[in-house]
Design a protein around this ligand. Structure first.
Ligand code: Q9C
Ligand code: ZN
Length: 349
């Protein structure tokens, strides 16, 4: 399988995050993508190519232009104020408060984010644009007839909504690719999100639409981030009613429960008859992931690839989470190799 990559991801490097009331080293690090890239070579997944640049326009097809503009200038404004630490918000518009954009930088930072897990650093803008380019370059390859590609995006994207950053995410790479497929003339795109965490941002972007089916398998929000979205009752609204499908799983779920849910999640996808499938690929479902609780083992990732290949669809894998540095390369490559092996056997749905 072809991999798309950009070295610019390294320009985004958070100094720390908050966990258990303490400042701890950030879990979302440049090493993650470097390890995956090393795995691509070690496991002989295939060719790696650099992303091309697409600019702001395809990003603004899913994100609010004011949010994009804020992200593009935030660090320079922060620096001009004499500040040097990572930018993190402290105040958000809560329930029943006015959703009004504040006039100054500290206020805007809260307005355009929904948690403390997406710090803006010196290189965040460049890295986030590069991740979108990695997604768009993969999309272009599928559009040109490639059967499957892996977009090695970093920073990840599925927690970023229309006008906010959150959970290590700034631009929603999978959503940007989905919109590009539609803008290229496809009419039905499915996104299957198998990251441990609910893809609240992707859901936000497509919640009222029927041209993108969003199906997510994740830890029950009652006991996991992002806490306030991802319940089974969230099914889309208006024209989008029925086009969002959530499968929350209990904390501590094992592979057998997870694969059972994957089987269920594939049903609405098959029924939708999408022209293309985007997989938001997080491997934070791994048993040794430092911030998650599912119990998948390395051998399970190959099986995931096999199951996805059986859907028989043009497929774009987009990298999301996964924080067990030592295992991230083999787990991601397990999925890709499993997909490729099943495909070359000619197995059909
Ligand atoms: N102590 C992705 O996997 N922190 N984002 C949760 C950990 C935020 C995860 C609490 C997790 C964000 C792309
Ligand atoms: Zn995750």
């Amino acid at each position: 399988m072809l991999t798309i990559h950009s070295d610019d991801h390294r320009l985004h490097h958070a100094a720390f995050e908050w966990a258990g009331g303490e400042r701890v080293p950030a879990f979302e690090t440049p090493q993650r993508a470097d390890q995956v890239l090393a795995g691509i070579t070690t496991h002989a997944i295939g060719q790696v190519i650099a992303a091309r640049r697409f600019g702001r326009a395809p990003i603004e097809r899913v994100h609010d232009a004011a949010y994009v503009e804020f992200l593009s200038t935030a660090w320079a404004r922060w620096q001009a104020a004499g500040r040097t630490a990572d930018m993190l918000p402290y105040v958000w518009p809560g329930p029943r408060m006015q959703q009004r954009r504040p006039a100054d930088l500290d206020g805007e930072l809260g307005y355009f984010s929904c948690d403390v897990y997406a710090p803006i650093t010196a290189g965040t803008w460049t890295a986030a644009c590069a991740a979108a380019d990695v997604a768009l370059s993969g999309q272009a390859r599928i559009d040109a007839g490639e059967r499957a590609v892996f977009s090695l995006c970093r920073p990840p994207g599925h927690h970023a909504g229309i006008d906010y950053m959150a959970g290590y995410c700034y631009f929603n790479n999978a959503a940007i690719a989905a919109q590009a497929f539609l803008d290229g003339g496809r009419r039905r795109v499915a996104i299957l999100d198998i990251d441990y965490h609910h893809g609240n941002g992707t859901q936000d972007i497509f919640y009222t639409r029927d041209d993108v089916l969003f199906v997510s398998l994740h830890a029950d929000p009652r006991e996991a981030y992002p806490r306030f979205t991802g319940f089974a009752e969230e099914r889309g609204s208006g024209a989008g009613a029925g086009y969002t499908v959530n499968y929350p799983l209990p904390s501590g779920s094992t592979a057998s429960a997870w694969f059972c849910a994957l089987g269920a999640a594939c049903e609405p996808i098959v029924r939708y008859r999408p022209e293309v499938l985007i997989v938001s690929l997080g491997v934070d479902t791994y048993e040794d992931d430092p911030i998650s609780s599912f119990k998948l083992r390395t051998e399970d990732y190959r099986e995931i690839g096999t199951r996805l290949a059986r859907l028989g669809l043009p497929t774009q894998f987009v990298m999301e989470g996964g924080y067990a540095i030592e295992a991230i390369g083999r787990n991601v490559c397990g999925v890709l190799a499993g997909f490729d092996a099943c495909r070359s056997e000619g197995v059909k749905a």
